[in-house]
Design a protein around this ligand. Structure first.
Ligand code: AMP
Length: 193
């Protein structure tokens, strides 16, 4: 049983890798972005609160996110291992997550960064926007750019937090999807021993 955190900027391929791990290893993908979009689609109380935030590319307040993630990882389908995809997204969330996991006696086996340089992300943004098929409501060039800004300002500072105690493993996100997958598998095989 393994629990991991996938970190990386928007467009790095976290979701793609999480879905593959779900199929191949039976771990559960916990995508906070998907959960929030589901709340918006359902028109729930939370959905109403976060709709405009999602559309702007800014971060949803910690208290909403922390409650959401605590409830989610406590569900039985996460007992076989989970992949956090999109959480934590700020150092404050990383700290609260560690406290929560300690309290629940849940261990994180690996924190993996899919590392992609800014230049490549800008290129991927223009390609993604050109591809109507996979377009999300927050996939306009303006929102994607603002999501990158938010990543640099609020999510990137998490990296030293996980680096300090040697938990952070980096994978070169410029490789093909398959090679990124192989690099992640290698990390998981070592972590699982
Ligand atoms: P994603 O699908 O992971 O790119 O997330 C889509 C949007 O959901 C983000 O741009 C944020 O507005 C919001 N979101 C997702 N995860 C978090 C989080 N951990 N903290 C705050 N906001 C989040």
């Amino acid at each position: 049983m393994m629990n991991i955190i996938l970190l990386g900027p928007p467009g790095a391929g976290k979701g793609t890798q999480a879905k593959r791990l779900e199929t191949e290893r039976g771990m559960k993908q916990v995508s906070t972005g998907d959960m929030l979009r589901a709340e918006v689609a359902a028109g729930s109380e939370i959905g109403k609160k976060v709709k405009a935030i999602l559309e702007s590319g800014q971060l949803v307040p910690d208290e909403i996110m922390v409650a959401m993630i605590e409830k989610r990882i406590s569900q039985p389908d996460c007992a076989k291992g989970f992949i956090l995809d999109g959480f934590p997204r700020a150092t404050s969330q990383a700290i609260v997550l560690d406290e929560m996991l300690k309290r629940k006696q849940i261990a994180i086996n690996a924190v993996i960064l899919i590392d992609v340089p800014r230049e490549e992300l800008m290129k991927r943004i223009s390609e993604r926007v050109g591809d109507d098929g996979s377009r999300r409501s927050d996939d306009t060039p303006e929102v994607l750019r603002s999501r990158l800004e938010v990543y640099d300002a609020q999510t990137k500072p998490i990296l030293p937090y996980y680096e300090r105690d040697g938990r952070l493993k980096k994978v070169d996100g410029l490789q093909s999807i398959d090679d990124v997958g192989r690099a992640i598998d290698k990390i998981l095989d070592v972590a699982g021993k």
